[in-house]
Structure formats: structure tokens, C-alpha cells
Design a protein around this ligand. Structure first.
Ligand SMILES: C[S@@+](CC[C@H](N)C(=O)[O-])C[C@H]1O[C@@H](n2cnc3c(N)ncnc32)[C@H](O)[C@@H]1O
Length: 403
């Protein structure tokens, strides 16, 4: 493996932005790749994947480097050494540079071997989160955590408003992009590659969406002509899927508290040719009250810890705290309580998270049902565990309003 100094400099700068300036890893990597248009595909992949992997294994790498926890303000010299630890561990070789000259490969191997016996080190996760996970999921936690540290596959969803999954697969194959089918409308890329620049993406023939996330819209059992409210629509990943399942007939009201996300949703909806979506910003209580008792189907894809999508956003585990998790849970219950009246009698409410923790999932639904004095009943619930499915961790509950 030959390392390029300028690429590792970019990785060190990316880590500074993520850990010192507290920027989101995906945004940092996007910006760095954009500002270096002359890098080839291999260099771009090296920078993106090495940065993500160093974020993922952050705790483990610091332990191996210094036998300490990660410092809050790592110096540039330390980050170069940390890359050295990563290079030795992952590629089996060290670059011949002064920045990593002081590293001792024998010591690195010994510390790595020790760390293998301590789960929170081996899986590179904060102690509090490891304790929380094993308390909540005594049987499943170890294998779920291990699965959440693997690199996620690239999954797309064919936009059936424009093309069938089979025709899309053929179209992509003609561009040299090999895929295999998954779920109802999904395709998995055989090889990681950036699809955003393809004509097929610009033409709205597909969206990037993990297989687990693709299970949420079908849980609403929508049909053409229904009135659907997606109350935490964000950038609209699931809204677009709902529009496709409704064959662009009926109405979807997409709500969110962030105007910029709804703007993004509108851009995506236009590209996808989904014209039954009306977005509304929740900027006062009336926005919600006006919609009471009006939805045949209500989706509450609530904010969550993001634990189920650690494979894509490994920086989440370093940014989350026990206090933050508690706030998230309070917010989830408030959304359930305040927005459930949007569902009409006889209609259905789907609650979903990209978390596997029962305290964000089953326990929230239980608390909600107990507070409703029989107004809602649970039709089904399932946790999609990453170690079982091989995809993101998700929870989906389907409730019916009966009173
Ligand atoms: C898990 S994300 C939604 C992802 C989106 N459904 C998708 O598929 O792309 C949760 C969303 O809830 C929004 N949100 C947070 N608080 C909210 C509230 N009180 N009411 C409505 N939306 C809220 C966030 O801005 C965020 O976009």
C-alpha cells in the first residue's frame, strides 16, 4: 500500500473539523472532496473511507496509541500518529514519514490484542452507551453493536413513478454499474461508487435509501387517493417513497420544523416527479391543530438517537450523551402525544425510528397506548436488527385509531 502525503493531510484536517470543530462527518467529507476536484476516484474513496473508519474506530485507535481516552483537543501531530496506528492496523504497513517515525509496531500489536478482550474498546464505543445498550438489549446488544461497526452497503430505491426496478437495473448495468435486487424496489450496488453524478440520478430514477428505511412507507399500507400526513418529513426520504406507493394519486402533507429540510424535500420531489406532496413548515401550534382528524395515514418518523445508522454516521456515537438521549426520548413522546390527533378515526399511525433501543421504541409506544385510554390499538411492531438483516437498525410500529 502506497500512501500519499497530501491525502493523509486531508484526512487529518477532516478529523480536526469533526472532533475539534464538531462538524458532521458527512458534511466535512463532502466539502473536502468538492474542494479537490482533481483527485481520481481511488484517491477520493481512500480519503472518504479512511476518515469514516478513523471516526468509527476513534476510541480504539487512541487506546492503542496512548492507552488513554481520546483527548478533546488532539494536536495535529497526534492525529498523524493516529493515522499511523490506523495504517498499521488496517493496511499492515506504516508510511516512511517523520510524522509517524516514533510509532512502535510491536507495542501497537500488543495493545490491539489487549483491546480485543474489552468490548467497549474492541467495538470502539463510549462506556455509557455500551452499558445502556447491554442493559436494554441483554441478548442482542453484542452482535448488533458488532454489525453497526461494519461498512454499510450502498442501497438505492427505484422510483416506480418513473421506472421499474428491473429496467433501472438494466439501465445502470449499461453504465457499468452492477446491482442485485433487494426488498420490493431496492437494488444493492455490487461495488461502492458515487451515483449522484449519474444521469439516472439527475433524472430522478432512484433515491439512495437503506433497505430497512425502505420498509417504513409500505408499513403505512397506503393506496392511491388517500390523504397522508408525514409529520417529521425532513428531507423526504420516506415521503417520496409514499408518493410512489400511492402512484401519485391523493395527497401527502409533509411537515417539519426545519424550513431548509422541506426545501430540500421540494427539490427531491421535483426530480422524482412526485407532485402530490405539499410541504408545510410547523412554525406555530395552529399548523398542527388545523390538521386534526384528517389523515387516513400518519407517519411519525421521529428524531432519535440514530444508533441504528451508526454504520453511515459513526460520529453519532461520540456526539450522543446520556442526557441527550433522555431529551430525545422526551421529544419522541411529545410528538406522539401532540401529533397523534392528526390521525382520523379508523386511520393508522406508523411510528418509526432508526434506533434499536427499546426505550425509544416499544417503551414509547407502551407509554403512549397507556395514556390514550383505548383510543389507539397496536396492530404490529418490529425491530429490524442490523445483525439479523445486514442493514440499518430500525423500529416500526403500526397503530390504529379506534376511538
Ligand atoms: C428521523 S428525521 C426524519 C427523516 C425523514 N422522514 C426521511 O425519511 O428522510 C426526524 C425529523 O423530525 C424533525 N423534527 C424534529 N422535531 C420535530 C417536531 N417537533 N415536529 C415535526 N418534526 C420535527 C427533524 O427536523 C427531522 O427532519
Amino acid at each position: 500500500m502506497k500512501f500519499h502525503h497530501n491525502l493523509v493531510t486531508a484526512i487529518v484536517h477532516a478529523l480536526q473539523a469533526i472532533f475539534i470543530e464538531q462538524q458532521y462527518a458527512d458534511k466535512v467529507i463532502e466539502r473536502i472532496l468538492k474542494s479537490n476536484p482533481r483527485w481520481g476516484a481511488r484517491d477520493r474513496a481512500f480519503v472518504a473511507e479512511s476518515t469514516y473508519n478513523m471516526v468509527r474506530w476513534w476510541r480504539l485507535l487512541w487506546f492503542v496509541l496512548h492507552e488513554t481516552k481520546a483527548p478533546e483537543q488532539p494536536t495535529e501531530a497526534e492525529l498523524w500518529q493516529l493515522f499511523g496506528v490506523w495504517a498499521l492496523h488496517h493496511h499492515g504497513t506504516l508510511p516512511n514519514w517523520t510524522e509517524v517515525a516514533g510509532l512502535n509496531p510491536t507495542q501497537i500489536h500488543e495493545r490491539m490484542n489487549y483491546a480485543r478482550g474489552v468490548r467497549a474498546l474492541a467495538e470502539s464505543i463510549p462506556d455509557w452507551l455500551d452499558a445502556q445498550g447491554s442493559r436494554e438489549l441483554p441478548e442482542q446488544w453484542a452482535s448488533s453493536l458488532h454489525a453497526l461497526n461494519q461498512q454499510a452497503e450502498v442501497v438505492i430505491r427505484a422510483n416506480t413513478l418513473k421506472i421499474t426496478r428491473e429496467a433501472l437495473a438494466e439501465h445502470l448495468q449499461q453504465q457499468g454499474i452492477e446491482t442485485r435486487p433487494i426488498a420490493t424496489d431496492g437494488l444493492i450496488l455490487q461495488k461502492r461508487q458515487n451515483l449522484f453524478k449519474t444521469q439516472a440520478f439527475q433524472d430522478g430514477l432512484f433515491e439512495l435509501q437503506d433497505t430497512s428505511s425502505q420498509q417504513v412507507a409500505p408499513a403505512l399500507t397506503v393506496s392511491a387517493g388517500m390523504r397522508v400526513i408525514d409529520a417529521c418529513a425532513g428531507g423526504g426520504g420516506k415521503t417520496l417513497h409514499l408518493a410512489a406507493l400511492m402512484q401519485n394519486k391523493g395527497k401527502i402533507i409533509a411537515l417539519d420544523v426545519e424550513a431548509w429540510k422541506l426545501k430540500n424535500l421540494q427539490t427531491r420531489a421535483k426530480r422524482a416527479g412526485a407532485h402530490i406532496i405539499e410541504s408545510r413548515l410547523i412554525d406555530n401550534r395552529k399548523v398542527i391543530k388545523r390538521l386534526y382528524d384528517s389523515a387516513d395515514r400518519l407517519l411519525l418518523d421521529v428524531p432519535c438517537s440514530g444508533l441504528g445508522v451508526l454504520r453511515r454516521n459513526p460520529d453519532t456515537k461520540w456526539k450522543l450523551s446520556a442526557e441527550g438521549l433522555e431529551l430525545v426520548r422526551t421529544h419522541q413522546q411529545e410528538i406522539l402525544q401532540n401529533y397523534s390527533p392528526l390521525c382520523r378515526q379508523g386511520g393508522q399511525l406508523v411510528y418509526s425510528t432508526c434506533s434499536i433501543l427499546p426505550s425509544e421504541n416499544q417503551q414509547q409506544i407502551q407509554t403512549f397506548l397507556e395514556s390514550q385510554a383505548g383510543r389507539f390499538q397496536l396492530l404490529s411492531e418490529s425491530t429490524l436488527f442490523p445483525d439479523v438483516t445486514g442493514f440499518d437498525g430500525f423500529y416500526i410500529a403500526v397503530l390504529e385509531r379506534v376511538g
